[in-house]
Design a protein around this ligand. Structure first.
Ligand SMILES: Cc1cc2nc3c(=O)[nH]c(=O)nc-3n(C[C@H](O)[C@H](O)[C@H](O)COP(=O)(O)O)c2cc1C
Length: 374
């Protein structure tokens, strides 16, 4: 019988078959969840929620439309994990009451109806918080050290945060647990703990912001304790058939030029600690996926892959087919932020190998206007 595959000839070796398969548009499975291709919408804060902490209708609709136009997974914006001190931007969403659960339930159903998976990302801003938009008017952090850059939204320095007590730590962990429970009730396929970008968990992980002398500071192991406690507490409320992911980065949105981890060894030690936890995947956020890191001659995905076999999502200036394929060499799924924000036909463009621009952060500021996105 003749081979039916378009690519298979009598002289094709198995390796050639793999190379000629369109990996970007091949499915990928994590546990019981099958992604129809390797492309996802990165988490993007939109600052649109009113007093009910539910994003504006068109902002929710945007997520559904990206599922409709071919993305395999869709992240929510970063959802704030408490009503006290976690919020860093006006108009952020929460997911701890029935009205919020109902609103997201409808969005998740619609994303599913279009064949995609939905993942809720949650975070606490820590020292990046904006006290004026937090009911308790507090900013808390592992240590009383502020970012050196001004808050770009206010133009003023970030307030000096209070060093978190053990009571604060337990309280914040409960916020992550409550929000994860909200996501499970809303039907999300997965929950992501945002441990990247210089927000609270990342502040604990990095010696740049963590100057503590107790069991939460000092060695990489100690600095990881807070993340570990959150992961374990959240895993208890995220059933085994839902995914638990963790986002990591070596950069933060303030003091952007700072390498949050001092060395390749520190980075890999932290990844190895994550690898021991009951996580289903890691999401690696980079400024540009191909940049070499720590003078190692390797990029962040290669350094990460060397110490974990967890499925890896990668993000950072992936803007066309060539960059998506290059990024997938060291990862399993790619995420796009700005390209999927600004171009509703991006997945199709990638499929067709179209020339597509690399959008700037200024162009992405449209995310924060009331003008509905295409
Ligand atoms: C408008 C906007 C909002 C963002 N909000 C979040 C967020 O809530 N959580 C997060 O982890 N990253 C956030 N990011 C970062 C993106 O997820 C992504 O890592 C970044 O845009 C780089 O990917 P890109 O080069 O494809 O845009 C945001 C990015 C943009 C442009």
């Amino acid at each position: 019988m003749r081979a039916t595959s378009l690519f298979l000839t009598s002289r094709t070796t198995p390796r050639e078959v793999v190379m000629k398969t369109d990996i970007l548009f091949s499915p990928f499975t994590i546990k019981n969840h099958s992604f129809r291709n390797r492309i996802g919408v990165a988490p993007m804060t939109r600052m649109s929620a009113g007093a009910d902490s539910i994003p504006r209708h068109d902002v929710l609709d945007f997520l559904i439309r990206r599922a409709e136009r071919g993305a395999a997974l869709v992240y929510t914006e970063a959802i704030v994990t408490d009503y006290e001190s976690g919020q860093g931007y006006p108009g952020q969403a929460r997911l701890t009451n029935q009205a919020q659960i109902d609103a997201w339930f409808a969005v998740v159903q619609a994303i599913h109806a279009h064949g995609a998976k939905a993942i809720m990302q949650m975070f606490h801003c820590g020292r990046m918080a904006w006290p004026e938009v937090n009911p308790a008017h507090r900013a808390i952090a592992p240590s009383a050290v502020s970012p050196s850059q001004n808050n770009p939204l206010t133009g003023f320095p970030y307030p000096r945060p209070e060093e978190m007590s053990h009571f604060d730590i337990d309280h914040v962990i409960q916020g992550f647990v409550e929000t994860a429970r909200g996501a499970v009730a809303a039907g999300f396929d997965g929950v992501e703990i945002h441990g990247a970008h210089g927000y609270l968990i990342s502040q604990f992980l990095s010696s740049y912001s963590n100057k503590r002398h107790d069991e939460y500071g000092g060695s990489v192991e100690n600095r990881f304790s807070f993340a570990r406690e959150i992961i374990r507490a959240v895993r208890r409320v995220v059933p085994g058939d839902r995914l638990l992911l963790f986002r990591v980065s070596n950069w933060g949105v303030a003091d952007r030029e700072v390498s949050l981890f001092a060395s390749q060894q520190e980075w890999q030690a932290m990844i190895a600690l994550l690898d021991r936890e009951e996580l289903d995947a890691l999401s690696l956020s980079t400024y540009r996926f191909s940049d070499l890191a720590f003078a190692s001659g390797q990029n962040m995905a290669q350094l990460t892959r060397a110490v974990t076999s967890l499925p890896l999502l990668i993000c950072g200036q992936i803007h066309d087919r060539a960059t998506a394929e290059a990024a997938l060499k060291n990862a399993d799924l790619i995420l796009s932020g700005k390209s999927l924000l600004l171009n509703p036909n991006w997945v199709e463009g990638v499929r067709d190998g179209k020339v597509m621009p690399l959008y700037s952060s200024d162009e992405a500021n449209i995310a924060y206007t009331e003008e509905p996105l295409p």
